[in-house]
Design a protein around this ligand. Sequence first.
Ligand SMILES: [Fe+2]
Ligand SMILES: [Fe+2]
Length: 256
Amino acid sequence: MNEHARPLTLSERADEIEEKMMHELAERVATKSVLFGMADGKIEMLNGAEFKKKNPDKYFLMGADPRLPKMPDKPTLIDFFKNRFASLNHLLQSATLALKNGHNEKIVLACLLHDIGVASFIRCDHGYWGAQMIEPYVDEEISWAVRMHQALRFFPDSSVGYEYPQMYINNFGADYKPEPYIVRDYERAKNHKWYMSARLICVNDIYSFDPNAKVNLDDFVDIIGRNFKQPEEGLGFDNTPSSHMWRTLMWPTRYL
Ligand SMILES: [Fe+2]
Ligand SMILES: [Fe+2]
């Protein structure tokens, strides 16, 4: 029977294109992790054994995905900025504003890195993920601030003129209430010696994208050089608690 006897639904069509792409990706097959499918509302994974039965001559990708920009053998933070982060503007604008406001380099770097979780990896709990990624390489104050901006952004602080963002009302609805773990982290952060560092990320967080602002990663290369301990072996190959996260960003479609 012709499997296309009825018109394909949009999602079936997408599956078909993806299947075709998988087959055309040179001789190696890129696989999607379960998490990627969940974003489409599906909990499923490729059955490797079944796939091999149908395609005995194919091998799974176990390294770089040729569809993505090539990464050097010893990648630096800048290489990730250029080749793996989907959007730099928000990060650069926040860091530029922090610089203009006269903050120290720790705060500027915290602003530059505060949303790398979103820009490269995952939205949910992005502050916690981002902090974990950078923790081995920056001053503890910087990763602490990146982690805590996740909670602080939902709570105003009139002492520095920070209000609950109108954008959150537009995006999440006026009745959105942060979950209890976020409230707890906010309460904890309030009395912490680095509270203001995390708060300054929120203050310098540009919530509305300004297409006219001139921002450039080159302006921050020196600050990164002085404040981010770039491992000699390259990010991902230096055996820290977050090396695997950088490797996953480098090779997101490896079979294992
Ligand atoms: Fe954020
Ligand atoms: Fe942000």
